[in-house]
Design a protein around this ligand. Structure first.
Ligand SMILES: Cc1ncc(COP(=O)(O)O)c(C=O)c1O
Length: 472
């Protein structure tokens, strides 16, 4: 392994734009100093972003400098809180360039909460369709249960290995599926949390032109890319704020076009969602807009921290963050694709694009030994843990990504869904039958990843070179 300074020099030559992100190195040394102080190499940004210490300080100052009550009341402390909640709502729209007469921001617990709101309320019905790509997160896959229960057809468009990009011909065919006047919903991730692939946002307008409503899952995309809702106009967007700026957890958002929101039918009402309700005659009238979708008391003290977090990102500039992540992802891919055992066997098999074109900072792979046997992802994780490297292994709540990348067949999976007595786990099945992996290793970079972090991971990867899986 070349020493760090040599590698870094080569990296700067290959990725000259990285120099323009120096401010983020300084930020890492100050506002995120705890990473180096505690010796962490954090490479799980797709799992969760990291907060700056200044975000926490600002939030504490706000909470200790005021008295805030439940915004459902109308006393002074409640009004103070309502003002902060509504201010944050307006700022979220501004951040995503969403026109306030076109979009509303609905607070949810997380991206999954936003997705469930759409799923349970969407007017699916016989003759309608729920179309989705194969590489969705489970919280998007789960909407198919609402669609099925209401008699709509569920259609999956594949992604194609090894790059894991959309099968565009199939998608165009699926969007042409004939329909009556029954609503139909198309859902896809702006960035896959499995492969890092960024699917073209043009599909939004193309699908809408064919009568689909579009649900864009931006949970993995928004942390390092600009989502501009004055350019693209998806009907629904799901987000988790902790993925963008780390703190607070437990807050997400559904951005919804008002026209699309008006077509949703909530299956119930709750405290805070109704303008009128009667027990005697069992009737209720829902609020209009966002409030009709926010059940019970909001996590109101956390909400101002969203504006603090978004302003932190805006100050750094998404373009700077994007550039940094692209350069570091490029370095990671260059390094991993150049590693071979002396037997000639490649060390890593990457599931997704191996260059930085239309991809984000999520790299998923398996390591293989000198004889071409996979190295169990759980073992890789144990070793990474011991080396102070935080990464993620498994299938990342993205079963379609895993099934496509690892070539897991429907038949193999059927054996895992058989009655409990003769059920074989997928791991047992694959080990016994064909020595293939059932999961993978995910490395993801973010706004304060440094070149040194990538270097530490490269050293870690090299520790698997010229070894047999059974001796590891
Ligand atoms: C693309 C994508 N969608 C949705 C989610 C769900 O987010 P949450 O667990 O915060 O609800 C995730 C989380 O990893 C994700 O990466």
């Amino acid at each position: 392994m070349p020493i760090l300074t040599d590698s870094e020099t080569l990296f700067h030559q290959r990725y000259p734009d990285f120099a323009s992100t120096r401010a983020l190195d300084e930020l890492r040394a100050s506002d995120y100093a705890r990473l180096d102080r505690l010796g962490h190499v954090y490479l799980d940004y797709t799992g969760g972003g990291l907060y700056a210490e200044s975000q926490i300080q600002q939030h504490v100052a706000l909470l200790t400098g005021g008295v805030f009550g439940n915004p459902h009341s109308s006393n002074p402390t409640s009004q103070a809180m309502t003002e902060l909640v509504e201010h944050t709502r307006r700022y979220i729209l501004e951040y995503f360039h969403a026109a306030p007469d076109e979009y509303v921001a609905i607070f949810t617990q997380n991206a999954s909460g936003a997705l469930k709101l759409v799923g349970e309320s969407y007017p699916f019905g016989p003759g309608g369709q729920y179309l989705l790509t194969f590489d969705n997160h489970n919280s998007v896959n789960g909407i198919r249960e609402f669609a099925r229960a209401k008699g709509a057809e569920v259609i999956y468009t594949p992604v194609l290995p090894p790059d894991m990009r959309l099968d565009e011909t199939r998608l165009a065919d699926h969007l042409d599926t004939p329909t009556g006047n029954v609503p139909r919903l198309f859902a896809y991730p702006a960035q896959s949390n499995f492969s890092g692939v960024q699917h073209p946002l043009d599909w939004i307008a193309r699908a809408q032109a064919k009568g689909w409503e579009v649900l864009l899952d931006a949970a993995a995309f928004a942390p390092t890319n600009r989502l501009d809702l004055s350019v693209h106009h998806p009907d629904f967007v799901s987000l988790s704020f902790y993925k963008i700026f780390g703190y607070p957890t437990g807050m997400g958002c559904l951005l919804a076009r008002k026209t699309a929101l008006a077509k949703l039918h909530r299956p119930w009402f709750a405290g805070g969602t109704i303008s009128y309700v009667s027990v005697s005659n069992q009737q209720h009238t829902l609020h209009e807009g966002a409030e009709a979708f926010e059940d019970g008391t909001l996590n109101y003290l956390a909400i101002p921290a969203i504006e603090i977090g978004l302003k932190h990102i805006a100050r750094l500039g998404l373009e700077q963050i994007h550039t940094r992540v692209a350069c570091l992802t490029g370095a990671l891919l260059d390094d991993l694709t150049a590693l071979y055992h002396t037997t000639g066997q490649a060390l890593a098999r990457i599931y997704g694009p191996v260059d930085t074109h239309q991809r984000g900072g999520t790299v998923t792979l398996n390591f293989y030994d000198q004889d071409g046997h996979f190295i169990d992802h759980q073992l890789v994780e144990q070793r990474a843990n011991a080396a102070g490297i935080s990464l993620r292994t498994g299938s990342f709540c993205n079963p379609g990504g895993g099934e496509t990348a690892l070539g897991i067949t429907g038949e193999e999976l059927r054996s895992c869904f058989s009655p409990a007595d003769d059920r074989l786990t997928l791991t047992e099945f694959r080990r016994v039958i064909d020595q293939q992996s059932t999961g993978s290793v995910r490395i993801s970079v973010g706004l304060v990843t440094t070149f040194a972090d990538i270097y530490r991971f490269s050293q870690f990867a090299r520790s698997f070179l010229d070894k047999r899986a059974d001796e590891i």
